[in-house]
Design a protein around this ligand. Structure first.
Ligand code: P6P
Length: 320
C-alpha cells in the first residue's frame, strides 16, 4: 500500500496528505543528490557558511533545506516552517489557507555525507494556532511536542525510508526505486520493550551526571547467565540511523548535557520532539532525563535539550 493510500485509510486530513506528498517529493529529490555525492553537481563538502547554531553548513544541508521549502510552499497546506538551516521561521504567503506549520532538520548527520554513512531528514507537523490567512507568530512555532499532529523522518540509507506517525501508531515506508513510490512495509511497529544496544558518545563520559555515569557503567558491567556481555554500544553519529536501528532491534539513544553543549546538543523542536513522538507512538519513551520531553514548553526556536529516547525498560533503567 502506498503511503498516501495508507494515510487516507487512517482518515488523515487532506492537508496532512498534501504535506506528506510534499515530503515524499522533496525526499526523492534529496535522495537523488545524496546518492550522487561526489559525482556531477558539486554538492560534496562544506558550503563555506554557518547556520544560526554556528555550525558549518554542508552543501547538501542547504540543498535539502531548499528542496523542502519549495515543496512545502507549493503544497498550499503549510503556512510556514522553521528549519535548522534558517535563522528565523519562514512564513509562506499568509493568504494561503495553510492550516499547518512545520519544524524541520532538513539533513541531520550531514557530517556523515562525505563518508557515505546514513543521514536523515527529521520533521514535526503542528496545526497553526493563529487564524488561517493571518500572519504567523511565535506561538505557532513554540508549541510543546505533545501538540504535534504528525512527525517523522526520512532515512537515506541502504534503502530510502520514511518512518512517520499521525498519532495512530508508527509506520515504515520504503521507496521503491523503480516506481518511485513509498510503500508500507511495517504498520504500527513496536519499540521492543527492552534491548541490548546503547547509543551514547562516551567521549563525553566525564561530563555525564552521576546517574548517567551509573547507567553507562551498568551497561558495561551487566553479564548474561553465560557470563557474556549483556549490552553492546552502537553510535553512528547520525540520530536517524541510531534511532531507526533501536526502533527495530531495541535500544536507547542518549545525548546528555556536556561541557561543549551545556544544554545538550540536539534541538527540541525539530530533532527531539519528532523522534519522541515516533517513539511514544511505537510504545517507547522520550525524555530530557527528567521529564517527558513532549511536555516541555519551548521558549526559543533553536533551543537545545538533553535527549533520551528508546525502549521503555531501558529508559526506566537509564533515568531511574
Ligand atoms: P557528536 C548530528 O550532528 C547529530 O545532531 C545527531 O544526528 C548525532 O547523533 C549527534 O549530532 C552526533 O554528535 O557530538 O556525538 O558527534
Amino acid at each position: 500500500m502506498e503511503l498516501k493510500e495508507h494515510l487516507r485509510a487512517a482518515n488523515a486530513e487532506a492537508g496532512l496528505i498534501k504535506i506528506f506528498e510534499a515530503i515524499e517529493q522533496a525526499s526523492k529529490v534529496v535522495q537523488s543528490e545524496v546518492c550522487r555525492a561526489g559525482l556531477g553537481a558539486d554538492i560534496y563538502g562544506a558550503k563555506g557558511s554557518e547556520n544560526i547554531q554556528g555550525e558549518e553548513q554542508q552543501k547538501l544541508d542547504v540543498y535539502a533545506d531548499e528542496c523542502f521549502i519549495k515543496e512545502f510552499r507549493a503544497s498550499g497546506a503549510v503556512a510556514g516552517m522553521a528549519s535548522e538551516e534558517q535563522d528565523n521561521a519562514l512564513q509562506f504567503d499568509a493568504s494561503l489557507e495553510g492550516e499547518y506549520v512545520i519544524m524541520i532538520d532538513p539533513l541531520d548527520g550531514s557530517s556523515n555525507i562525505d563518508v557515505n554513512v546514513a543521514i536523515g531528514t527529521i520533521f514535526a507537523i503542528y496545526k497553526r494556532i493563529s487564524p488561517v490567512g493571518s500572519p504567523l507568530n511565535d506561538a505557532d512555532f513554540l508549541q510543546a511536542g505533545k501538540h504535534q499532529v504528525a512527525a517523522g523522518y526520512v532515512n537515506y540509507s541502504v534503502s530510502t525510508q520514511i518512518v512517520c506517525s499521525i498519532g495512530k501508531g508508527t509506520h515504515i515506508y520504503t521507496l521503491d526505486p523503480k516506481s518511485k513510490d513509498y510503500h508500507l512495509i511495517k504498520e504500527s511497529i513496536q519499540f521492543p520493550a527492552d534491548g541490548k544496544v546503547y547509543s551514547i558518545n562516551e567521549v563525553n563520559l566525564d561530563d555525564f551526571d552521576e546517574n548517567l555515569k551509573r547507567y553507562a557503567q551498568h551497561c558495561k558491567d551487566k553479564r548474561k547467565a553465560d557470563g557474556k556481555r549483556m549490552y553492546t554500544g552502537r553510535y553512528i553519529g547520525s540520530l536517524v540511523a541510531d534511532f531507526h536501528r533501536n526502533l527495530i532491534k531495541g535500544g536507547i539513544y542518549v545525548y546528555p548535557a556536556t561541557k561543549d553543549s551545556p544544554k545538550g546538543k540536539l534541538r527540541l523542536l525539530y530533532e527531539c520532539n519528532p523522534m519522541a513522538f515516533l517513539a511514544v507512538n511505537a510504545g517507547g519513551k522520550g525524555s530530557d532525563g527528567r521529564q517527558n520531553i513532549l511536555e516541555i514548553e519551548p521558549t526559543e526556536l533553536h533551543q537545545r535539550c538533553p535527549f533520551y529516547v528508546g525502549s521503555p525498560v531501558m529508559m526506566d533503567e537509564a533515568i531511574g
